[in-house]
Design a protein around this ligand. Sequence first.
Ligand code: ARG
Length: 461
Amino acid sequence: MAKMWAGVTAGKTDPTADDFNSSIRFDRRMFRQDITGSIAHATMLSAKGILSEADCSALTEGLTGILEDLEAGTQEIDGSCEDIHMFVEQVLTERIGEVGKKLHTARSRNDQVALDLRMYLRDECDGISGQIRGLLKVLTDLAEENKSSIMPGYTHLQRAQPVSFGHYMMAYASMLLRDLDRIADCRKRMNISPIGCCALAGTTYDTDRHLEAELLGFEGVCPNSMDGVSDRDFAVELLSALSILMMHLSRLSEELILWASWEFRFITLSDAYTTGSSIMPQKRNADMAELVRGKTGRVYGDLMGLLTVLKGLPLAYNKDMQEDKEGVFDACDTVKMSLTVLTPMLQTMQVNAENMLHAAQEGFINATDLADYLVRKGMPFRSAYKISGQLVALCMKEGTVLEHLPLSRYREYSELFEADLYNAIDLKTCMEKRSSEGGTSVASVEKQIAAVRVILEGYSE
Ligand code: ARG
């Protein structure tokens, strides 16, 4: 069959060329957006008197029927069509006859595909944001339960200072709040309508782009028709926001993998999120967390892929731009799957507070507090730091810890040491004293939790 676009050519391409050219394999998922967009287009054309009301009703009914049948699975998508736009128009014309051919008045596939992609990704932004909020809820609940659970905080992966596990969880909450913000920001620029830009130069018909945009929930219209059809910044921005989000999920996954190891045993992942080995029966592998870490690479790849496709494209539409979809769809799918697994994995894991405390008691993570004690008694910090270091070395040599070293030994190093030093280096005191804004004290963590909860409540309104 000759192509719908047969004109100066016979429209009879080689089947392998057809295959190569076709995008229906992956753009079929935009059928809802394509049909909704077309209904709005017909409505606008009739409001402007370009189509009769009768034609508009026929088109709208036909399109609605196709949508219902596709949803119900009673209409199959014909994989031999070039793309989803051609498919819908072809079925429409089969169903309602000649009037179906009027739908493509005052538009082009170039503005149509840009419209569909913006609408599709707009929904993805909303879905992913909802999932991020779900993870934030789990993180804040974990933080609440563990605001007093002491663990070693690390720098260079060396035990550094005591923090609460709740504080640790809220660090990830802060990262995810930024992700939410980035997605909302990118959605704002995405939510501008390109329809009506037509092939590249606009149209000779007296259309109303604002009406059509409004019908489809857009905040405005692309101000330049050439940019409107060739802009894919919104997809690049989303990919970039998703790459950063995956980087955060990957860091969290890495922590879970470490914490679930026999060396740490800070957490025990539930059996539902643990796999075994085909040969080593003792294994409890954190495969899902490893996969989230691994899949981060493919989302970065999707971002680089699209940036590379767009680089050097002259205005306006070029077929290269058909390559925009697979990567951005893959990134959305990957992010959604990762969040779907990671959230319940965190929710169901067991937090081994005693093991964390035990690790906290072994790493001299109160050495800074010991130095601070001397500073409070009047010694300059550098001298106090030196004495504290000497005492740690002494403890290491004698196989003990600062808490158990007798006062007499302390006083060999400084007369400023008194019995109250033991309270000053108690891990609980060390944590509680870090009550500066954003610090690890219980009150500070409670404040962080409350702030996130206010944000989350704002969404459910
Ligand atoms: N399938 C095409 C895409 O995804 C639709 C736009 C085609 N436009 C054209 N002039 N060939 O980009």
